[in-house]
Design a protein around this ligand. Structure first.
Ligand SMILES: *Cc1c(COP(=O)(O)O)cnc(C)c1O
Length: 371
């Protein structure tokens, strides 16, 4: 994770120029328990980031307990008024995406001075204020600032299509964002920073998405865990960008079956042996978070040799074809993704899923070792 953070920062620095990047910040996104990797791992791996961004209010205190002293961000802001106390006690930044949240800020004690990230809706139509609403929102924020309930304001947006083949939608959203920034300038409202780029935008377009009069804050997520925001389809983006898998998932062979030509394996009899086949039963299934719909082309690596699944993934086990690996024994480890195995992007593509949901579906029961 530390390697990926460094790599992504270097890549952005190369695009925007190192002097410009020196004035920029990186908020590493670690929602959903660090995309399934564990928040403890995130704190260690992202030590060089300027902030950690999450969704879950309870993570803020946890991150402080773990010793994180730099910026903390709630990406969807607070969910109820009680969260405001947590924001204050942990000194966190909160996103503000709707009027209700803005109204709730009034109940803060004067002097609370929360930092906020004002979320603009630039076309995703999920969270955020439409640019038309901005004049009124800025008036309210200025009032809250004069009462020392709000301190700094960072303007943020989130792309719907930064991973897309073309950049039409991204350019449209970015135009709306620049118009919003201009409106703030016209009102002489001071913005402390702009936060625009997720992983895909950081890796592909950072150069066009920095505005020099502001502190530009990138918010990479998935790429910091060594998976590609573009999936595996176009290219091996993880290779192009020199990202390393942060998570390696391994399981042991717990039994071996020798099946004859014409015999089948597993539920639905989906694998039918075309020749005598040695089948390994591996102790990992969809209850552990392995994608259930991984098809027959899904790669796994045994003793350094790549082979494929044989039959449907079950709850607690999967079956793999051992013919390419005659040396394999019960007790040998199979790498399902990560270092020494296939990339998670390749695996999830075979299941018509994405690395995002697969990483955060890793089950509690899987023993984790942080190294
Ligand atoms: C999840 C998230 C990110 C990170 O997105 P990636 O595609 O994983 O880089 C950035 N910003 C916001 C608001 C998010 O919710």
């Amino acid at each position: 994770m530390a390697h990926n953070l460094r790599t992504v920062q270097q890549h952005v620095a190369q695009q925007v120029g190192s002097a410009r990047f020196q004035r920029a910040k990186t908020f590493a996104v670690a929602k959903a328990n660090g995309y399934g990797h564990g928040i403890e791992a995130a704190v260690r791996g992202f030590a060089a980031a300027d902030g950690i961004a999450v969704i879950e209010t309870e993570m803020l205190a946890r991150l402080r307990e773990l010793g994180w002293q730099k910026d903390l961000v709630l990406l969807e802001g607070f969910f109820e008024k009680a969260d405001l106390e947590v924001l204050q006690s942990t000194g966190s930044i909160t996103a503000i995406h709707c009027r209700e949240q803005l109204d709730d800020l009034r109940s803060l004690p004067a002097g609370a001075a929360l930092k906020v990230m004002l979320k603009m809706n630039t076309g995703m139509n999920r969270l955020g204020f439409r640019p038309e609403a901005l004049p009124e929102v800025l008036t309210q924020l200025a009032q809250l600032q004069s009462q020392a309930k709000v301190s700094e304001v960072i303007m943020m947006m989130h792309f719907a299509d930064a991973d897309a083949f073309d950049r039409i939608s991204l350019d449209h959203a970015w135009t709306r964002m620049r118009e919003a920034v201009q409106q703030a300038e016209l009102k002489q409202f001071r913005l402390e920073g702009l936060s625009v780029c997720n992983s895909a935008a950081s890796l592909r377009y950072a150069d066009d998405l920095f505005l020099d009069s502001y502190t530009n804050i990138i918010r990479p997520g998935i790429c910091l865990y060594g998976a590609s925001p573009m999936g595996n389809a176009e290219n091996e983006a993880t290779v192009d960008f020199n990202l390393k898998p942060a998570m390696t998932l391994k399981a042991q062979i717990i039994a071996i079956q020798q099946v004859n030509t014409g015999e089948t394996v597993g539920y639905g009899s989906r694998f039918k042996a075309k020749e005598p086949t040695r089948i390994a039963i591996v102790a990992c299934g969809y209850a552990d978070g392995y994608p259930r719909w991984a098809d027959a082309s899904t790669p796994v690596v045994v003793n350094g040799i790549e082979t494929t699944l044989a039959g449907r993934v079950s709850m607690d086990m999967m079956t793999i074809n051992l013919n390419p690996v005659p040396s394999a024994h019960v007790g040998d480890w199979v790498t399902l993704w990560g270092e020494g195995g296939p990339t998670i992007d390749r695996v999830t593509e075979c299941a018509r899923m994405g690395s995002y949901e697969t990483l955060c579906h890793l089950n509690q029961r899987v023993p984790k070792e942080i190294i």
